[in-house]
Design a protein around this ligand. Structure first.
Ligand code: ARG
Length: 563
């Protein structure tokens, strides 16, 4: 049970004027452990009880039943509560042992669905570091929501439609070569795309040709469709290789093209609801009353639909198909205006469920402090970068533990985990500098540091041949174990906060704190020594390992048993 609730119920018995909720809200966690585990400030009661806060505090301290506490003490206007560490460590460790991997699972979601729009790279374009962030954050949020009792639906809203496909078709027909595309699809298609854009500067007729081809594509012309399908398939082969490396999967690859035949309905609905206005030949929805200056452009003067038109169709489709309780879009902050428009248009259309939509933005990644730019050659190529991370992990394992079995698999878990963890430990909205050396380091606030703490615990448990038991005596009351117990006890609350704020960094920071607390404990206590506490110490190690592994799992990071 929650410590605040235990204390609040005791206070309530001595102070019937306030409700348990009011008391819980007032309770503070003192910064200094000498002031107890929880403190109740009496200031706000002075008026109600017509007494000085100091008096109220000392009266309360005497009145409250202290049998379940180490002590209860009035200090000035505060009543300080020192919890019974032995009782709580017993209760917490027993609960972890009994629940195993289900420890901290919750049922807030009651099986309802969360649709997560994530990754969503553009066909025939390189997978950017922004898409990597979206993939990693989206995957972690899916896991966190599952832990909260929701069902996640991971949707890869591929950028597989738009005028650029007209450009690509023209370029391919002029200069393309099918072997080159098959051998190295994205690189080759990108070259064609760059070339046609450059040449179109001087030969505007190319733009006209591209528009024609895109029109053909929209009209299901077989040749256009076949080329488009081929570009898409080849690009997906490359993307899927990356997803396999990252260990991320999707429930749907319905991208923009999927909504081609679903946009007429959107336009009709907007017409019916009288929301479309003409502006320079185009159809727009005015959103001024939402404080949005730019109207949403739904249909261009030549009849072409737009990114937001497809997103409107997608939102309608997802609501019908999944009946989501929440729909989140993990997309860079630079698209904030787009998602504001999307929500506002849906609201204008009268859909209350537009309130269930959240754009979950994230910040930019830099390299050596500079913005990434394909044009300026400041790029991070993901596949070679991941390979490099794995190699660095392997080098460190070679020097620490040269005889390790499954070295390749462990190096993979450490290298890939390092990149993910570094991304996820950052407050989502902040960017970070892509520094492979810092990411893969075994020291500092890194994935490998947490994984190493987990592996160390497994080695201790193996040496002791320890099997946990729900009727074991697991009482501890030293300061170092108390820090660990408190973290483990709060794990469910960290998870619900992470879900509420769409913020995996809360879990990553928690994992670092727990690993650090355990390493401190390990430095102070000889866990394996013969001592009456030996079994409790092993149970504490076991519970720490279990929670560390679960925290890493929620981030999509594997925890090798040895490294
Ligand atoms: N393909 C887009 C891009 O790379 C991201 C799509 C995000 N999802 C969405 N439903 N708009 O910028």
């Amino acid at each position: 049970m929650d410590n605040k609730l235990i204390v609040a119920q005791k206070i309530k018995a001595a102070l019937p004027d306030l409700s348990v909720e009011e008391i819980t809200d007032l309770l503070e966690i003192p910064k200094n452990a000498a002031m107890g585990d929880l403190a109740f400030p009496a200031f706000s009661l002075a008026k109600l009880l017509r007494k000085a806060p100091q008096m109220i505090a000392s009266d309360l301290a005497k009145k409250i039943d202290s049998s379940k506490f180490e002590k209860i003490e009035a200090v000035g206007p505060y009543v300080n509560f020192f919890l019974n560490k032995k009782d709580i460590s017993q209760a917490v460790l027993t609960e972890v042992v009994a629940k195993g991997d289900d420890y901290a699972s919750q049922n807030l979601g009651q099986g309802r669905k969360v649709a997560i729009d994530m990754s969503s790279p553009n066909i025939a374009k390189p997978f950017s570091i922004g898409h990597l962030r979206s993939t990693v954050i989206g995957d972690s949020l899916a896991r966190i929501f599952e832990k909260m009792g929701y069902q996640s639906v991971k949707i890869n809203h591929l950028g597989d439609w738009g005028k650029q496909f007209g450009m690509l078709i023209v370029a391919y027909k002029k200069w393309g070569n099918s072997e080159a595309v098959t051998a190295n699809p994205i690189n080759e298609l990108l070259k064609l795309y760059v070339r046609i854009n450059a040449e179109a500067q001087e030969h505007p007729e190319l733009d006209e040709e591209a528009r024609d081809w895109f029109r053909k594509l929209e009209a299901n012309d077989p040749e256009a469709l076949e080329l488009w399908q081929w570009f898409r398939d080849e690009s997906l082969v490359e993307f899927n290789r990356l997803y396999d490396e990252l260990g991320v999967s999707f429930d749907s690859y319905n991208g923009e093209a999927f909504y081609n035949d679903k946009m007429d309905e959107v336009v009709e609905l907007l017409q019916e609801k009288n929301l479309l206005q003409e502006s320079q030949g185009a159809q727009v929805v005015n959103l001024e009353k939402y404080g949005i200056e730019h109207p949403a452009l739904i249909k261009k003067s030549d009849g072409a639909t737009l990114y937001i038109t497809r997103d409107l169709a997608a939102a309608l489709y997802r609501k019908r198909t999944y009946n989501f309780a929440k729909a989140i879009y993990v997309v860079g902050n630079e698209q904030a205006a787009h998602f504001k428009q999307l929500k506002a248009v849906l609201k204008e259309m009268g859909y209350d469920w537009s309130d269930q939509i959240t754009h979950v933005p994230f910040g930019l990644v830099t390299k050596e402090g500079k913005k990434l730019s394909t044009r300026k050659g400041n790029v991070i190529l993901l596949e070679p970068t991941i390979a490099e991370a794995i190699k660095r992990a392997e080098d460190q394992i070679d020097s620490k533990n040269p005889d390790l079995a499954n070295k390749q698999a462990v190096a993979h878990a450490v290298g890939v985990g390092a990149i993910k963890f570094y991304d996820l430990k950052t407050d989502r909205l902040n960017g970070y500098d892509f520094d492979l050396e810092a990411m893969v380091s075994f020291e500092g606030e890194t994935g490998p540091y947490v994984q190493y703490a987990y592996a160390r615990i497994q080695s201790i448990l193996r040496k002791a041949n320890f099997t946990p038991n729900t009727s074991g005596n697991y009482q501890l009351d030293d300061a170092e174990s108390w820090e660990i117990i408190r973290l483990i006890q709060d794990f469910p609350r960290y998870i619900s906060r992470a879900a509420h704020d769409f913020e995996p960094s809360i879990i990553a920071k928690f994992a670092i704190n727990l690993a650090q607390a355990f390493n401190k404990y390990y430095a102070h206590k000889r866990i394996l020594d013969d001592s009456p506490e030996r079994n409790s110490r092993l149970a504490l190690s076991y519970a720490t390992g279990l929670v560390l592994k679960e925290a890493l799992r929620l981030l999509g990071v594997d925890a090798p048993k040895e490294m």
